[in-house]
Design a protein around this ligand. Structure first.
Ligand SMILES: [Cu+2]
Length: 214
C-alpha cells in the first residue's frame, strides 16, 4: 500500500505535462498532433519553413459589428510540403484554439492539428502539409466562437478557393440580422418627432401664405 501511495505521488509531476499519443497537455493548454518531422506520402522533403504568429483575442474584432472573438489575421499562405510552425498567442482571459481541419487522416487523427490555450499565453507547434493545392479551414471550436468571428483559412499552394464567413475577406453564409428593437422610448420619440414635423410644415405653410398675401 505504501509503495502504491509513493508511486502515486512520484507520478504527479509527470502527469503535469502529459503526452497522450498525439496530445501534449499542461496546466496552460494543449497541443494535438504536433508533427515536426513525419512527411506526407506525396512529399519527398520539406519544401519550406513557414513561421506563422497567430494572435487570438476580442480586440481584433474592432470594426466587425456583432462579432466577439477573432484572429489578428484570417488568411494565411504556405507552399505544398511546407513545415508550418505556428506560434499561437491568446490575448484573452478565456480559452481559445487554433484548430485546422482537412490534413491527411493517416498522419493526423481526424485530420486535425490543434493548439489550445486556456487564458493569456502562447504555445508553438508544427505540422507538415501535403503537396496538393487546398484551402484548409481554421477555427476555434469553443462554443459559439466560430460564429462570433474565430474563423480563418490556410491556402496551401494555389488553394481551392476562399471559405465563407471570414471576417474582412468573404461574406457571411448566414448574415446576422439586427431588427430594430422598438421600446416605449422609441415610440414616444417617434410621436414627438411626428408632432414637431407636422407643426413645422404648418408653420412653413403659414409663412408662405402671409408672403403671398403681401
Ligand atoms: Cu475561442
Amino acid at each position: 500500500m505504501k509503495a502504491f501511495i509513493l508511486l502515486f505521488f512520484i507520478s504527479l509531476p509527470l502527469c503535469a505535462a502529459m503526452n497522450h499519443g498525439g496530445m501534449i497537455m499542461d496546466e496552460t493548454g494543449m497541443i494535438m498532433n504536433h508533427n515536426p518531422d513525419i512527411l506526407p506520402k506525396d512529399c519527398p522533403k520539406i519544401s519550406k519553413e513557414v513561421d506563422l504568429t497567430i494572435r487570438a483575442g476580442h480586440k481584433f474584432t474592432k470594426g466587425f459589428e456583432g462579432k466577439m472573438f477573432t484572429y489578428d489575421k484570417r488568411d494565411w499562405q504556405a507552399p505544398g510540403c511546407a513545415r508550418v510552425n505556428v506560434t499561437f498567442i491568446n490575448e484573452d482571459d478565456i480559452r481559445h484554439q487554433f484548430m485546422i481541419h482537412g490534413l491527411p487522416g493517416y498522419m493526423y487523427p481526424k485530420g486535425m492539428f490543434t493548439i489550445e490555450i486556456y487564458g493569456k499565453g502562447q504555445k508553438t507547434a508544427s505540422f507538415i502539409v501535403p503537396s496538393r493545392d487546398y484551402t484548409y479551414y481554421i477555427h476555434c471550436e469553443v462554443s459559439q466562437h466560430t460564429e462570433k468571428g474565430m474563423k480563418a483559412q490556410l491556402k496551401v499552394g494555389k488553394g481551392s478557393g476562399d471559405l465563407d464567413s471570414i471576417l474582412g475577406l468573404t461574406s457571411a453564409l448566414t448574415p446576422d440580422i439586427y431588427p430594430i428593437n422598438n421600446t416605449q422610448i422609441t415610440w414616444i420619440s417617434m410621436l414627438i418627432s411626428f408632432v414637431l414635423g407636422v407643426g413645422f410644415i404648418l408653420y412653413l405653410g403659414r409663412l408662405l401664405r402671409i408672403k403671398l398675401e403681401q
